[in-house]
Design a binder for this molecule. Structure first.
Ligand code: ADP
Ligand code: MG
Length: 493
């Protein structure tokens, strides 16, 4: 684009009850490209009134059986149609995701594949939700039936915008729930594009509603709404704690996928090249804006100096660049707010530990929220940069003496989302797998995520599991049914 020309600002509406609407207040808010800091879209700024409207639509759709009353086969087919649409339009969606979130285009393309796969997986799972016959000791048939939990309120973050929407919508829809989804205010665009296909693929109106707005004005009213049966949230631990409290009054089912400070543990016997690569991949993928980022790098003392040096050397060569550039390995952070938050941790880190590389804004870019890949070392596990989630490209390297020391440091965290251990010793690896208090443990890898496998955390990383059969369970109630086969009176009185 020639210099001086402004990017076109696209106006979006939100999708409620099968209609495209402005917010009732008429207010909108700007959405940015974090690599240029320019406004690229305006979207409706929903408040409690708009949330009411969306919840009423989802409630009505659920109660009239518009969705749960269809067959599981039909729900599955609709999810498959959605997956096909996403695959056919993957290039457009990836580009939009990339522009809006700042993630490298190659990563955005991977994400779109994962989005489609997620809808396909749950499309297939819709027909595999089974009940049980309970072997009760009476002349009776006792059954447990699975039923959709009802209206699901879904609040998602900005780091994997469309993928997080898929993780929420796909299992909910397969289960027969209706949904009100609130994308993060930073990144609402791809799900709004996808919503344009809902009618065409046969999703009845009111089944999925997309409400755009901010956390306190649009998220909180959903959490408090008496007609919402369940809240699924992915985001910061701070907001997760607020949500649990606010959901208490209406005793909502809540699932939370919160932050992490995941240990990536390197023993001296690990393959050195693979280890360095894995340490960088663990913490710099998606600019470190990953809930499972391996942000605590634990390294055995005997290889520690060499490891820190090699890691820093390689980090200096990570290609930062415009997100749409195919060589880019790290783009800008998603927003000014996130950039400032990460920079404040860079200042804290410089006081708490030693800096091996990075530590500031990548100054070769005139605009954009670019932060250098940063490595702190000699970090004390009690330091703030070892305990608090930074959600940016910042590694805290911590030395350890031996295996039990490594496990102790790894587990000494309020979080427990993920952990990884690198070693060629199978016995050591399995001992670590058992000892680590985390919902996900990788051996000789970090970050691979599959729709077939459970995802979620221990401790303050949240509760509930997404993906796989675990993911659909969270959207199901269990009903006990007892059928008396004895025609005699009970005979008690
Ligand atoms: P970040 O601070 O990195 O944006 P958040 O946890 O605040 O992470 O955001 C994750 C999601 O939670 C977003 O969709 C955001 O709008 C929403 N959110 C933020 N605050 C609240 C709240 N008080 N109630 C409900 N949702 C919220
Ligand atoms: Mg926030």
């Amino acid at each position: 684009m020639p210099a001086g020309f402004k990017t076109e600002v696209k106006a979006y509406q939100m999708y409620i009850d099968g209609e495209w609407l402005e917010s009732r207040s008429g207010k909108t808010f700007p959405v940015y490209d974090p690599s240029t800091e320019e406004v690229i879209a305006q979207v409706p700024d929903a408040n409690a009134e708009d949330v009411d409207r969306a919840v009423a639509a989802a409630r009505a759709a659920f109660d009239r059986g518009a969705w749960s009353g269809t067959t599981a086969q039909e729900r599955g087919r609709i999810l498959f149609r959605l997956a096909t649409k996403i695959r056919e339009n993957a290039a457009m969606l990836a580009e939009l995701e990339c522009r809006n979130s700042g993630k490298p285009i190659v990563e955005a393309e991977f994400d779109m594949g994962d989005v489609a796969t997620c809808f396909e997986y749950y499309g297939g799972l819709a027909t595999k939700v089974l009940g049980y016959i309970n072997p009760v000791p009476d002349n009776a048939m006792s059954m447990s039936l699975k039923e959709p939990v009802g209206v699901a309120g879904q609040i998602i973050p900005w780091n994997y915008p469309l993928l997080m929407a898929a993780w929420k919508l796909a299992p909910a829809l397969a289960a027969g729930c209706t949904c009100v989804l609130k994308p993060a205010e930073q990144t609402p665009l791809t799900i709004l594009e996808v919503a344009k296909w809902f009618e065409e693929i046969g999703l009845p109106k009111g089944v999925v509603n997309v409400v755009t707005g901010f956390g306190e004005t649009a998220g909180a009213p959903m959490v408090k709404h008496p007609e919402v049966n369940k809240i699924a949230f992915t985001g910061s631990a701070t907001v997760g704690k607020v949500i649990v409290k606010q959901a208490a009054d209406t005793v909502k089912r809540v699932t939370l996928e919160l932050g992490g400070k995941s240990p990536n543990i390197f023993f001296a016997d690990a393959d050195f090249e693979a280890a360095i690569d894995g340490a960088l991949f663990g913490v710099f993928i998606n600019q470190g804006e990953v809930c499972s980022a391996g942000s605590r790098v634990l390294v055995e003392k005997s290889i520690y100096p060499k490891f820190v040096e090699a890691m820093a050397e390689k980090a200096k060569r990570v290609t930062l660049g415009p997100p749409l550039d195919r060589d880019t390995k790290m783009g800008p952070l998603v927003s000014k707010e996130q950039y400032e938050r990460v920079c404040s941790y860079l200042d804290i880190g410089k006081k708490e530990a030693k800096l091996a590389t990075g530590g500031g804004r990548a100054e070769k870019f005139a605009r954009g929220f670019y932060v250098e890949p940063t490595i702190f070392y000699d970090v004390d596990n009690q330091a703030r940069i070892a305990r608090e989630e930074i959600f940016g490209p910042v590694a805290s390297v911590i030395p350890f003496e031996n295996e039990s020391d490594a496990v102790q440091i790894a587990n000494d965290s309020p979080y427990g989302l993920a952990a990884a251990v690198w070693t060629r010793d199978i016995f050591k690896a399995f001992r670590a797998v058992k000892a680590l208090r985390a919902g996900i443990v990788w051996v000789n890898h970090m970050q691979p995520t599959y729709v077939e496998a459970p995802w979620g955390g221990y401790k303050q990383s949240g509760f509930g599991r997404e993906l796989g059969p675990w993911g659909i369970e969270e959207y199901l109630e269990t009903k006990q049914v007892h059928i008396n086969l004895n025609e005699q009176p009970i005979g008690w009185y």
